[in-house]
Ligand binder design. Structure first.
Ligand code: WTA
Length: 650
């Protein structure tokens, strides 16, 4: 055992083969077929992915499938295509033109359906509007919107023009938005007055106004009217979406874009305090999301597919917008919270729209378990045929609940492992082929060569814990970190030279199945949202009353992990509940509500090793242990505990 932190204790023995009826109709219907395709994807990746790419439309063919200058990849070199054309126009010459592309439900209850033809028209109008504002290929825009159809419309319009989009999740604060806009020098921001969530409205335009006071690159702010709330207005800079699009043509010729045109930047947390802009480009991402959406979700033309993620995260980019639309699927999109107006809302949506494929996160499932079976049991879930999860390891009990209560022991479950960086699903069952084991992501997807290695980069034996690496490039891989190729090299390719290091610990069992054991770095996963402990720490120490802070995660039954902050106040500052409230508010202002610390523990000194490193492992033990002492005015002294420890190298 090379890393005691990722020693594996899970011993799950149950195996669920795909139901025969499901397998008979599936795109990939047996393990033999999976192995045959997998073998080809590894032995001849260029042939394999070239064939997949040819199922899509290219304005001009590529000269070379892959150009690999480790760690920089180019896929479909010289090829010209248009992702939005492939998501929309490609279907208009077929019967799918009047098929529902998006069935959207607002939290207050309204339903809007856009056919492929209608979605195409809206995207063309908005693309024309963006062009009229002067945006062109190579520019970047920030998108900060609620979960309404105009959000995918905005993404697709950008993709159509070759304007890189940087979606910032609506739950991030003005500060976080400003940092992301400035990093990518966005020329415009697309937002809404506000949105509906948890039975009330929240403001977005107000945060944008606050953020872009200090964003010199911003020329335009496009505002969708969603809630009708009052907004401040800056004439010349601000434009209503409906005014901009009113006179635009519903026709727009999709330009031929180079395969390596910047498609999007998505900021995600790494091990430092500064989020990194993960860069994805057009052609390879298109091929990766197209193939994985088709085979992992076994998409057929009569499916009604619903992914409950927010488009603000990579899951929404790849598996609400691009992957499913590339496949001509019908996508359900829901704006709001799962318990408005009642805890069965999700299951009501499944019943109402006859959802067949449902993709959600383990944290949501654990919440549903807590709310009780009576809510799903009130609705007809018989339309469901396939279930999926993503975002964090799923505990076998939640998996079994999903299987039993939602899937009625009839639906395969695909536990899909991937990351913002990977762009598309990397480790997953194929529902018609792979026997599943609760808690395991099972086997690699096509073209993916994962391994579990020790600290020296050597493969470990079956059932030994180690570091998860990917040993070859794949089409939808991140190309770099925006304007920071050094950080890209350092962060992903240095620790195990030649391999992509994902930051996760894993074990592979005797059947070759992968079991992801969570992050081995300072990234925490709260309700499936990635945050770095350093980000929260830097938010805390930016408060005038804080001298020092250390943030660790503790296990949480529902959220997966909860945030625990150890804070040393400055001399003379009162360490009390008022300060706790103030600090929580400060973190929310700096990052957003998703980063609000669950526990704040005051200490007069942080435990450090002799060389001055904070002893995070010790803090994690403390955080996972006893609750905060009732007397909130006493400072805890963890440095004493640290002195009792002899190891100097955490
Ligand atoms: C974790 C989300 C276990 C993992 C698509 C990864 C998972 C991080 C799974 C990426 C899974 C995602 N089983 N862990 N099925 N899926 N993770 O970038 O730690 O928001 O590194 O991408 O989530 O999070 P990100």
């Amino acid at each position: 055992m090379t890393n005691p932190e990722i020693s594996s204790v899970l011993k799950e023995k149950r195996v669920f083969p795909p139901p025969a009826e499901f397998a008979a109709a599936a795109h990939v219907g047996s393990m033999e077929r999976y192995r045959e395709l997998y073998r080809r994807s590894i032995d001849d990746p260029e042939g394999f992915f070239g064939d997949v790419a040819r199922e899509l439309h290219w304005h001009a063919p590529w000269n070379k499938v892959l150009d690999w200058q480790l760690p920089f990849a180019k896929w479909f070199v010289g090829g010209k295509t248009n992702l939005a054309f492939n998501c929309l126009d490609r279907h208009l010459g077929t019967w799918r033109k009047n098929k529902a592309a998006i069935i959207w439900e607002g939290e207050p209850g309204e339903v809007r359906t856009l056919t492929y033809l209608q979605l195409h028209a809206e995207v063309c109008k908005f693309a024309n509007a963006l062009s009229a504002l002067g945006l062109k290929t190579g520019d970047t825009v920030a998108i900060y919107m609620p979960m309404v159809p105009e959000l995918p419309i905005a993404l697709l319009a950008c993709a159509r023009l070759g304007v890189g989009h940087s979606v910032v999740f609506g739950g991030f604060s003005a500060e976080a938005l400003r940092e992301r806009i400035n990093d990518c020098e966005a020329k415009a921001v697309i937002t809404a007055d506000g949105g509906f969530r948890k039975g009330s409205t929240f403001a977005l335009k107000a945060s944008v106004d606050d953020a872009i006071k200090d964003c010199p690159s911003i020329r335009h702010c496009v505002v969708l009217k969603r809630t009708g709330q009052d907004v401040a207005w800056s004439a010349g800079r601000d434009h209503w979406w409906h005014d901009l699009t009113a006179k635009q043509s519903a026709r727009h010729e999709a330009p031929a874009l180079d395969a390596e045109t910047l498609l999007f930047i998505l900021y995600t947390s790494g091990t430092t305090g500064k989020p990194k802009g993960i860069v994805h480009t057009t052609g390879g991402y298109m091929v990766g999301t197209y193939l994985s959406a088709k085979l992992v979700f076994d998409l057929k033309d009569d499916d009604v597919y619903w992914c409950t993620a927010d488009v603000g995260w990579v899951t929404g980019h790849s598996y609400i917008v691009y992957g499913p639309l590339l496949n001509g699927a019908t996508v359900v999109m829901y704006e709001g919270a799962p318990n408005v107006p009642h805890p069965g809302r999700f299951w009501e949506i499944v019943e109402r729209h006859r959802v067949t494929v449902f993709y959600t996160a383990p944290t949501a499932l654990r919440t549903f378990v807590r709310w009780g079976d009576e809510h799903p049991n009130r609705f007809d879930l018989s339309s469901l045929r396939l279930l999926g999860t993503v975002g964090e390891p799923i505990n076998p009990e939640a998996w079994m609940w999903y299987h039993r209560v939602i899937g009625k022991e009839r639906c395969p479950i695909v536990d899909t492992w991937w990351q913002t960086e990977t762009g598309s699903i990397m480790i997953t069952p194929l529902p018609g082929a792979t026997p599943t084991k609760p808690g395991s992501g099972t086997l690699p997807f096509f073209g993916v060569e994962p391994d579990v290695v020790d600290a020296t980069g050597k493969s470990v034996k079956p059932n030994e814990g180690g570091f998860l690496v990917l040993k070859r490039p794949w089409p939808s891989m991140l190309r770099t970190i925006y304007k920071n190729p050094e950080r890209f090299k350092e962060g992903y390719w240095k620790r195990f030279p030649g391999f992509y290091f994902a930051g996760d610990g894993a074990r592979r069992d005797e059947d070759g199945y992968f079991w992801i054991m969570g992050r081995v770095d300072d990234v925490i996963n709260v309700s499936g949202h990635r945050l770095s402990t350093m980000e929260v720490e830097s938010a805390l120490v930016s408060h005038r009353k804080v001298a020092e802070a250390a943030v660790v995660a503790r296990p949480d039954d529902v959220k997966g992990q909860a945030i625990v902050a150890f804070v040393t106040p400055k001399q003379g500052m009162q360490a009390d509940d008022d300060l706790r409230t103030e600090l929580r508010g400060h973190v929310v202002k700096e990052i957003g509500a998703l980063a609000r610390p669950d526990d704040i523990r005051f200490t007069d000194a942080l435990p450090k090793t002799r060389s001055g490193k904070i002893m995070r492992r010790l803090l994690r033990d403390i955080a996972a242990g006893q609750a905060i002492s009732g007397d909130t005015s006493t400072l805890e002294d963890y440095s004493i505990l640290a002195r009792l420890r002899t190891d100097d190298d955490e």
